[in-house]
Design a protein around this ligand. Structure first.
Ligand code: ADP
Ligand code: ASP
Ligand code: MG
Length: 443
């Protein structure tokens, strides 16, 4: 069995929905299709939640009216049969009413998840029916019935597997199952979400749960490129990446993949293939346990990085100091990214600053603390990076851009540099030229 995931960019228009149908039509095997919401819809639902917080009932009504209209337009364009059309329109209107009822409740994190995950439900309701009437018979599964992940950081694959198997056993056999990405339940059975872009993660959780033969992630670009195409021209698709390489790139800003996408696949050998919905013949990127080649492969950048510089009141060197500092971050559930220590100070990066005030207050008992926000981590990724002849060129960047921290990552598969976000685009372009384009020009 295979899992295929289609992102919002593949489901955003009538043309793309029909393109996805064409891709599914050609599959002659059992598949579970994980769908995001139509592009833009989750953003609108997030705005509705903001308006719930601000009690802006008039704007909520406007948003809901637009959302209903958008999906009804899709029904009119895709479905010919009047009876099917009317049935679907009623189902969509009912869902919009459900969202409207939710917006009358008091704001809570769970209410937020319930509202923002409706985009997937709206789309799959229409898409499943469209496929049924277009020669791709399928069964619609409710992800909230089996995505019992317990914890987002450590999904309970066994529980999802058992529940999904039991759901499937109670349904008539089908070649194609359609379900929603993004939504899940926590250990208390409360609806939650897998964070923005989380349908990629839904696909790999489901893939791991059913021991899929392969997971295909279909999007609007032919695989993971060697640099961020939103900022850099002349980027190219990387044919092969290991789980570790892909995970680093996703964690450090490659938007094509949710940061936790490969997490459920640890210890399993299920390949993830990134494919372009609009150019299905392109090979894309294969992510597996094998890196295939060595050396620099791709560059990504992650913004909103804060550097915390800690200078102890007494000189460093006494044992136990680092442990105390790390325990403070741990206590406040704040993950540390890059760490550099010298005899005089420790510099470390964090991306979640929600508990920073408490953290600083506690560290200040032992040390002086300096906070530097609005930084970007540029991550250059590739298996055995230090053995690559090209790697030294990364450091040429020092001649042009003020670099605040440099680190060689675990497993010798990445070099990270921390710079001002202002210099991010310049740095990405510079590295593209040095590491990939110059090389090609001389080839
Ligand atoms: P989907 O809606 O399919 O989930 P996303 O917008 O989440 O699509 O991801 C695809 C986008 O990721 C691409 O259109 C591209 O702009 C962006 N992106 C950022 N970094 C990379 C990269 N290194 N390689 C490919 N795409 C990238
Ligand atoms: N629809 C959700 C989002 O926009 C999940 C996803 O697209 O993966 O974040
Ligand atoms: Mg995405």
């Amino acid at each position: 069995m295979k899992v295929l995931k289609f992102g919002g960019t593949s489901l955003g228009s009538i043309e793309s929905l029909s393109q996805v149908k064409d891709i599914l039509e050609k599959k002659n095997e059992e598949i579970i299709v994980v769908c995001s919401a139509m592009s833009g819809v989750t953003n609108q639902l997030v705005s509705i939640v903001e308006d719930v917080k601000n009690n802006n009932t008039i704007r909520i009504k406007e948003y809901l009216y637009n959302l209903e209209g958008k999906h009804i337009d899709v029904i009119h364009s895709l479905i010919v049969d009047n009876e099917v059309k009317e049935k679907l329109k009623k189902e969509i209107s009912n869902m919009i009413k459900e969202i409207s009822e939710l917006t009358k409740q008091q704001y809570s994190e769970s209410l937020k998840s319930k509202i923002i995950t409706y985009g997937e439900a709206l789309l799959t309701q229409i898409f499943s029916e469209y496929l049924n009437v277009s020669g791709v018979p399928n069964t619609l599964l409710k992800a909230k019935d089996f995505m019992l992940v317990d914890s987002i950081d450590k999904p309970n694959i066994e529980k999802v597997s058992d529940t999904l198997k039991s759901v499937l056993e109670h349904l008539p056999k089908s070649e194609v199952y359609i379900t929603q990405g993004f939504i899940c339940r926590d250990e208390n059975g409360i609806i939650t979400d897998l964070k923005r872009g989380g349908s990629d993660y839904s696909a790999t959780i489901i893939g791991a749960a059913i021991d899929a033969e392969e997971i295909e992630i279909w999007t609007d670009i032919d695989g993971l490129h060697n640099n961020d195409p939103r900022y850099v021209n002349n980027t190219e698709s990387v044919p092969y990446l290991s789980y570790a390489e892909a995970s680093k790139l996703a964690h450090f800003g490659a938007k094509i993949l949710h940061p936790k996408t490969v997490l459920p696949l640890a210890g399993k050998d299920i390949p993830v293939i990134l494919k372009n919905t609009f150019m299905p013949s392109k090979t894309g990127t294969v992510i597996s346990s094998d890196a295939y080649t060595k050396g620099v492969k791709a560059i990504s950048g992650k913004d909103k990085i804060t550097i915390v510089k800690i200078e102890p009141k007494v000189a460093l060197g006494g044992h136990g100091f680092l442990k105390e500092i790390f325990e403070i971050f741990d206590k406040h559930k704040t993950s540390i990214g890059v760490v550099i220590t010298s005899e005089e100070s420790i510099s470390l990066t964090i991306d979640d600053t929600s508990n920073l005030v408490e953290i600083v207050n506690e560290i200040e008992v032992h040390a002086e603390v300096n906070i530097d926000s609005l930084n970007t981590i540029i991550c250059i990724v590739g298996n055995s990076i230090i053995d690559d002849e090209k790697t030294h060129k990364i450091f040429d960047i020092l001649k042009h851009i003020p670099v605040k921290m440099i680190s060689l990552g675990k497993n010798d598969n990445n070099v990270s540099v921390v710079i001002d976000t202002e210099s991010k685009v310049e740095a990405l372009k510079y590295l593209q030229e040095k590491l990939f384009l110059q090389e090609k020009a001389f080839a």
